[in-house]
Ligand binder design. Structure first.
Ligand code: 13P
Length: 268
C-alpha cells in the first residue's frame, strides 16, 4: 500500500541559533535541496527556530520563494494583554508560521504547561490558522512499568478529546519518548511503530477512520541520517520526524530530509 499522507521532517532547533545563524542555515538548506531537485510535494520540510529568528526567516523564505515551512516552539494561550514575555498565536500567524509545537517534554518540564493549558494552546493555534504539533511520550519509568503506550495515548487524549473532528484532523502528533531525546538512544522500529499505531488508533476510535487517516504521526528522539531510513521503512504509521540535535547540522538535516523524500512514496 502506498503511504497516503505527505511526509514531513521538522527541525526543532530548541534554544539554538540567533537570527543570523538561522538565515544562513535556511540559505544553505535551500541551496542543497535545490541542487538535488528535491521534491517538496513528497516531503514537507519545516524548521522551528526561536521566536527571535522568525521574522528574519520569514523575510528570507518569502523573498526567495523558498518552499521550506517554519513554525514556533510554543505559544501563549491568550490572544493579547498583560502577559509579560508571552507571544500569541495571531502574532505567529502574522509572521507566516505554519506550525507550532505544543507540549514538548522540555516545556512540560521547565514551564507550567499542564493538560488544560495544552488544550488551550492547541485551540489558539488552530484558531489562528496554523497546525499544532503535539508532543507526547513516556519516560523511562513508564517504559519499565510497561505502560508506555497507555501513557502516550493518554497524553494525546488529555489534549484531543474535547476537539471537534475537524479540529483534530488538523493536528500532528510527535511521539517522542523522553529517554530517546538527546541521548543517542533511538526507539526500536518495533516500539516506534507500536506507539505511532496506537496514536492513530486513538483517533480512529475517537473520531473515526477519516480523521485517523489524515493525522500525521511523527517520531522524535535521536533521529539522524543513520537511523531515519530504517525507522521510516519499518513503521507504516510514521509520517516523518521531529528532529532535535541533528537538525542543527545542515548536512545531516538535509540527509534526513532526502532519505524521507525517497521513502515517502514507497510501498509498505
Ligand atoms: P533529539 O533529536 O536531539 O533527540 O531531540 C528530539 C526532540 O526533542 C525534537 O523535538
Amino acid at each position: 500500500m502506498k503511504r497516503r499522507r505527505t511526509a514531513i521532517v521538522a527541525g526543532n532547533w530548541k534554544m539554538n541559533f540567533d537570527h543570523l545563524e538561522a538565515t544562513l542555515f535556511v540559505q544553505k538548506l535551500a541551496w542543497m535541496l535545490k541542487d538535488v531537485h528535491f521534491d517538496f510535494k513528497k516531503c514537507e520540510v519545516a524548521i522551528m527556530p526561536s521566536f527571535t529568528s522568525l521574522r528574519s526567516v520569514q523575510v528570507l523564505i518569502e523573498s526567495e520563494n523558498i518552499p521550506i515551512k517554519y513554525g514556533a516552539q510554543t505559544v501563549s494561550v491568550t490572544s493579547q494583554g498583560a502577559f509579560t514575555g508571552d507571544v500569541s498565536a495571531d502574532m505567529l500567524a502574522a509572521l507566516g508560521c505554519s506550525y507550532v509545537i505544543v507540549g514538548h517534554s522540555e516545556r512540560r518540564k521547565y514551564h507550567p504547561e499542564n493538560d488544560a493549558n495544552l488544550v488551550d494552546q492547541v485551540r489558539a493555534v488552530l484558531a489562528a490558522g496554523m497546525k499544532p504539533v503535539l508532543c507526547v511520550g513516556e519516560s523511562l519509568s513508564e517504559r519499565r512499568e510497561g505502560i508506555e503506550l497507555e501513557f502516550a495515548v493518554g497524553q494525546v487524549n488529555e489534549v484531543a478529546r474535547d476537539l471537534s473532528s475537524e479540529e483534530a484532523s488538523q493536528m500532528l502528533v510527535a511521539y517522542e519518548p523522553l529517554w530517546a531525546i538527546g541521548t543517542g538512544m533511538t526507539a526500536t522500529s518495533t516500539s516506534a511503530q507500536e506507539a505511532c499505531k496506537a496514536i492513530r488508533e486513538y483517533f480512529d476510535n475517537t473520531y473515526g477512520g477519516e480523521t485517523a487517516e489524515k493525522i500525521k504521526v511523527l517520531y522524535g528522539g535521536s533521529v539522524n541520517s543513520s537511523n531515519a531510513a530504517q525507522l521510516l521503512s519499518d513503521c507504516a504509521d510514521m509520517d516523518g520526524f521531529l528532529v532535535g540535535g541533528a537538525s542543527l547540522d545542515v548536512e545531516e538535516f538535509a540527509s534526513i530530509v532526502r532519505i524521507t523524500q525517497k521513502l515517502a512514496g514507497s510501498f509498505r
